[in-house]
Write a protein that binds this ligand. Structure first.
Ligand code: ZN
Ligand code: ZN
Length: 278
């Protein structure tokens, strides 16, 4: 039997950094023979604003998902592609320890519509990584450890999510070069133990190929550690913001996971993991 193929990290024009319609992403998924796709558009409280926040007038390019339009749009794509592609409703929450309450409220409001939530840390103290606002003025040790310590604080206090997205994201923006994993291994292990004990998982984010990272994301050391600690819940996602990356490197990712001894990966249905053979 052919193994089922799913992409569990896909963005559309409901994210402020994508201009691709949901329909184009879904069409591409069908073209590539994917069985399932989960939309995971961005919410980043602290640096972006909700559709009904007056601040959005001043910062129109920094918007969170427009929820009242987002979920019906997913329903439309789901029925349009019915029989060809399973379409799931997710969000990518860029949580910080200072914005936890906003995510708890958001999740409470839309939980019945959600299949899946990615938990990411994209910024700390409202300072983003992609533009180096967080890293600047810090030593390499300060910003690397600071990132993981913030992620740990978040998941010790926040529980409305499915898996940790791109767990070693800071690697992507490490202008000062590679930072030794052994220097953060203790805090990463604590992050993994916390997630496992909470019934959560991690994601293999295949955008590492297009960013030219030298390892997978998260790196193989983290994947191995996750397995050693008993972690079983794993999703794979391309983090595609345009059709050219939908489904990209998912097959290679699966092979790498199999090589590390994993035998299953997950899709999600109403926030519950469904296991499949890798
Ligand atoms: Zn992300
Ligand atoms: Zn993403």
């Amino acid at each position: 039997m052919r193994a089922m193929k799913a992409d569990y990290h896909v963005h559309s024009s409901y994210s402020d950094d994508s201009s691709t319609s949901m329909e184009r992403q879904a069409k591409q998924a069908v073209r590539l023979g994917l069985d399932e796709l989960c939309f995971t558009d961005h919410v980043d409280y602290g640096v972006k604003y909700d559709h009904d926040d007056p601040m959005l007038q001043a910062y129109p390019y920094d918007s969170n998902v427009n929820y009242p339009e987002y979920f019906p749009a997913i329903d439309d794509v789901r029925s349009k592609f019915s029989g060809k592609l399973t379409v799931k409703a997710g969000l990518e929450f860029g949580v910080q320890s200072i914005t936890i309450k906003q995510y708890e409220e958001l999740y409470a409001k839309y939980r019945s519509k959600l299949d899946f939530v990615l938990l990411s840390v994209h910024q700390v103290d409202n300072l983003a990584f992609w533009n180096q606002h967080y890293q600047s003025g810090k030593t390499q040790t300060e910003y690397n450890r600071g990132y993981y310590e913030e992620l740990l604080r978040v998941i010790q206090n926040y529980h409305d999510y499915s898996v940790l997205a791109h767990l070693d994201l800071i690697v992507r923006y490490n202008l000062k070069g590679a930072y030794p994993f052994r220097n953060v291994r203790d805090v990463v292990a604590e992050i993994l133990r916390t997630a496992i004990n909470d019934g959560k998982g991690i994601e293999l984010n295949t955008s590492s190929w297009r960013y030219g990272l030298t390892d997978t994301q998260p790196c193989r050391e983290i994947l191995k550690l996750y397995r050693e600690l008993g972690g079983e819940i794993l999703t794979l996602g391309s983090d595609a913001h345009s059709p050219d990356y939908v489904g990209a490197h998912i097959d290679e990712g699966r092979e790498i996971l199999r090589g590390l001894g994993f035998t299953r990966f997950c899709t999600f249905e109403k926030m519950r993991p469904v296991f499949h053979t890798l």
